[in-house]
Design a binder for this molecule. Structure first.
Ligand SMILES: [Zn+2]
Length: 274
């Protein structure tokens, strides 16, 4: 337990709280996700709040009181100029921060996760332009890394039924189970797997690449919109399977109008928890 700490942090979300307060969630390298409050009407909070921007690496000072945690000091350690000025970049950064906030629990200490986030923000800040299809692909890459780090790896190499190896061209996608199911499981028990749908080998390879390649590699990789759409739908299934209630809408809707990418309806609609 601690009474007061100073820590590096990245703000994930900000929301009004009661009449004059604000509620913040931040990710830190040593204390995981922390929730805290900015207190008080007027100047003390206003002065702090202007620095508590989500697209910045901060040095925070917070104290734990009897009932809640309050911020008492903040300094900017590193600002990201492109994330502050370009709407496309900022939407993508804010969407990823918001998803991170929903997917991770409080005080899961995880320095690797914090490193993944800073790598992602630094990468985004240095990109000149972002096409919606490219943004969706990059965000998929970030989410796949995040899910893997939290122990929610998408099942691409082993069958979600029998855990055997997935062989090329011998599988289907099962959205409700968040991964691939092998042809022999389907042949053995068609009733259990009747919701499984065909998924092209190219999309499986694209998903592996999105999870495993560097962001620079993802930025240069030639993309087809239809493949990215399928990948995004599969990833949405995976998030719903592992983190029920984490998202009330597909993750890409934060960054682009739906018609831009022509996302097809999900093959296996999963009940969405609002
Ligand atoms: Zn199987």
């Amino acid at each position: 337990m601690w009474a007061s700490i100073k820590t590096e942090a990245i703000i994930l979300s900000v929301a009004p709280w009661r009449e004059a307060d604000r509620r913040y969630c931040a990710l830190t390298p040593g204390h995981g996700k922390l929730e805290f409050f900015g207190r008080g009407a007027g100047k003390p909070l206003a002065k702090l709040a202007s620095h508590l921007d989500p697209c910045t690496i901060l040095d925070l000072e917070i104290i734990r009181g009897a009932r809640s945690v309050t911020v008492i000091g903040v300094e900017r350690r590193q600002s990201f100029s492109t994330l502050s000025t370009s709407l496309d970049h900022r939407l993508l950064a804010l969407t990823s921060l918001g998803l991170l906030d929903k997917i991770i629990r409080e005080e899961q200490e995880d320095a690797v996760l914090y490193g993944e986030l800073t790598t992602w923000l630094k990468f985004l800040d240095t990109q000149e332009s972002l096409h919606p299809t490219r943004s969706t692909f990059l965000l998929s890459g970030f989410l796949l890394r995040l899910m893997r780090q939290l122990g929610y790896n998408v099942a691409l190499d082993h069958c979600v039924g029998c855990e055997g190896d997935i062989l090329p061209l011998s599988f289907r996608w099962h959205g409700g189970r968040g991964g691939l199911v092998c042809s022999s499981c389907i042949a053995t028990n068609p009733g259990e797997w009747f919701l499984a749908t065909p998924l092209r080998q190219e999309v499986v390879q694209l998903m592996r690449l999105a999870r495993d390649s560097s962001y620079d590699g993802l930025y240069r990789y030639p993309l087809k919109g239809a493949d990215v759409s399928s990948l995004a739908s599969c990833l949405h299934d995976t998030i719903l399977y592992h983190v029920p209630g984490a998202t009330d809408r597909p993750f890409w809707t934060g960054i682009l109008p739906l018609q831009t990418l022509a996302i097809p309806p999900l093959a296996n609609p999963v009940p969405v928890q609002l």
